[in-house]
Design a protein around this ligand. Structure first.
Ligand SMILES: Cc1ncc(C[n+]2csc(CCOP(=O)(O)OP(=O)(O)O)c2C)c(N)n1
Ligand code: SF4
Length: 285
């Protein structure tokens, strides 16, 4: 049985020391192992950004795509081979900015895969510009006197757009993050996990961690009603304190379940050499 290290390459990650990406990397590879997965059964698609540089560190099938395009690539992978476990990674820039359109439609489409959005409130790889989640008043290289755009709330948008699983995790709490990832990976449908991921370079390293540690609390997993979308929306909107855990989960037919042809055989395993296109071409005349 594979262990977490079997999902990790020997490459030395290029993330800065103390970056929140390390916590997510540890939690996700542990989650794969504890679910009994093997590296050849998992595909990850990556965005451009610090989070996307993780493409060098995961030992499994991967595709390092364009900025904002991790979701369509993951969707194609899943539809081509629905036997695979598919995970799309993104930053808040790629996920809510460049790829915001894909994010919305993936939530309502409900392909059986997991999206992890690393929210560090900055475009970090390109040195800390304002992103869709930058707080009002934060000074960045593109907001010299402070950001004036209202930040968006990813979990609330996912809930509004119809996502069937919405959660939030904290990169420093790898034990609970691993459990959230396991639940997301086993959910039958599109699971969204927003990760609070401290960037220690474009935020004051001590302030961001102190703030998260003082504000974050865990949802009561036994008593929180995960079947109530409106309650989840309100919970995800809290700002004085920051809840982590599974906000919402519901069962809904997946996108691929509507295609009977995929029920018994994956698309990639279907023979292509003897397909007769003549009737189809006649129809087009
Ligand atoms: C379409 C496109 N726009 C802009 C860029 C430049 N770019 C590369 S990485 C990046 C920042 C990534 O920020 P985010 O997605 O939040 O990830 P992070 O680095 O914070 O993990 C940008 C703007 C690009 N590569 N492609
Ligand atoms: S710049 Fe920020 S997000 Fe990027 S690797 Fe460094 S600490 Fe992590």
């Amino acid at each position: 049985m594979a262990q977490a290290k079997d999902f990790q390459t020997n490459n030395k990650p290029t993330w800065c020391p103390a970056c929140g990406n390390y916590g997510s990397y540890a939690a996700l590879t542990q989650a794969f192992a504890e679910l009994g997965l093997e590296p050849h059964q998992v595909v990850m698609t990556f965005d451009i950004g610090c989070n996307g540089n993780g493409a060098n560190n995961y030992r499994l099938y991967g595709f390092h795509s364009l900025h904002g395009r991790t979701i369509p690539v993951a969707t194609a992978v899943k539809l081509a081979n629905n036997d695979l476990t598919v995970v799309a990674l993104s930053g808040d820039g790629g996920g809510y900015g460049e790829g915001g359109n894909h994010f919305l439609h993936a939530c309502r489409r409900n392909v059986n895969m997991t999206l992890i959005i690393h929210n560090n409130e900055r475009y970090s790889l390109t040195t800390g510009q304002t992103s869709p989640t930058t707080r009002l008043g934060d000074k960045t290289k593109t907001a010299l006197v402070g950001s004036i755009d209202q930040p968006l709330n990813g979990p609330q948008i996912a809930l509004t757009a119809g996502a069937t699983f919405v959660a939030r995790g904290f990169a420093d709490d790898t034990a609970s993050l691993k459990e959230i990832y396991k639940r997301a990976l086993t959910h039958k449908g599109f699971s969204v996990v927003e990760l609070l991921q401290p960037c220690v370079i474009f935020y004051d390293a001590k302030n961001i961690r102190d703030e998260y540690r003082s504000k974050i609390y865990k949802l009561d997993s036994k008593n929180w009603p995960t079947n109530n979308r409106q309650a989840a929306y309100q919970k995800a909107g809290e700002t004085a304190r920051l809840p982590i855990g599974i906000f919402f989960q519901e069962a809904r037919p997946t996108f691929e379940s509507h295609f009977k042809a995929l029920a018994n055989q994956t698309l990639v395993s279907r023979p292509t050499e003897k397909v007769d296109l003549t009737p189809f071409l006649k129809e087009l005349k």
